[in-house]
Design a binder for this molecule. Structure first.
Ligand SMILES: [Zn+2]
Length: 204
């Protein structure tokens, strides 16, 4: 079989080398090597890394990175430097931001991806590009705002990536792929704050 992170032949789903990576480096390695156009499937592969936490700020870098990589894999022009910048910007949002600042960072991470893809600046020629980034952040923010119960980073990732896949295809003219079957979260047992059957992604 091949390692789901680096793609090299391996004796288990994740090779020894990749299993020892820091999760941030696992995001980068996966996104540099993956040919997938399916951001949700990409996020699930990375979240399966043994070092990837149940919750926390790494989910922000994850969302920004898989969107940039999937856009590239669907034929979009985006340099490896932009992938690194996506991870860097995602990681720069402080821990606790989602609860304390009135804006969920998984939603902001979607806007980071579009900002990088469009090469947005503060100048007039990028007004449309900025509007595209802000509109996706806004839609993703409302998606998360419609959740109830405990906060769950897995649920936020699934929700915003479902929405962003649709948005990229509709607004950016990309051809990202959505999962063919509904998402069944494999992390419910690990997550002490799992909302159980109240969550649309719970496998029950
Ligand atoms: Zn590997």
């Amino acid at each position: 079989m091949n390692c789901i992170i680096c793609g090299n032949s391996a004796e288990s789903a994740i090779c020894q080398n990749c299993a020892g990576l820091e999760p941030q480096e696992a995001i980068r390695t996966y996104c540099l090597n993956s040919a997938s156009k399916n951001p949700l499937q990409m996020s699930q592969a990375i979240m399966n890394h043994p070092g990837f936490p149940v919750a926390g700020h790494l989910h922000h870098a994850l969302v920004a990175a898989v969107l940039v990589a999937a856009y590239r894999n669907a034929g979009g022009e985006v340099s490896p430097e932009k992938l690194d910048e996506a991870i860097k910007r995602g990681n720069s949002i402080p821990g606790g931001f989602c609860a304390g600042f009135g804006a969920d960072a998984a939603a902001i991470a979607c806007g980071i991806a579009v900002s990088l893809i469009n090469g947005n600046t503060i100048n007039a020629e990028h007004a449309t590009g900025r509007a595209q980034a802000h509109a996706l952040t806004g839609e993703a923010m409302l998606n998360i705002a419609n959740n109830s119960g405990n906060r769950c980073c897995k649920r936020s990732v699934y929700g915003v990536l479902e929405l962003a896949t649709n948005y990229f295809n509709r607004v950016l003219g990309s051809s990202l792929e959505a999962p063919q079957e509904s998402i069944r979260c494999p992390f419910t047992r690990k997550n002490k704050l799992c909302n159980g059957k109240a969550c649309k992604y719970h496998p029950a």
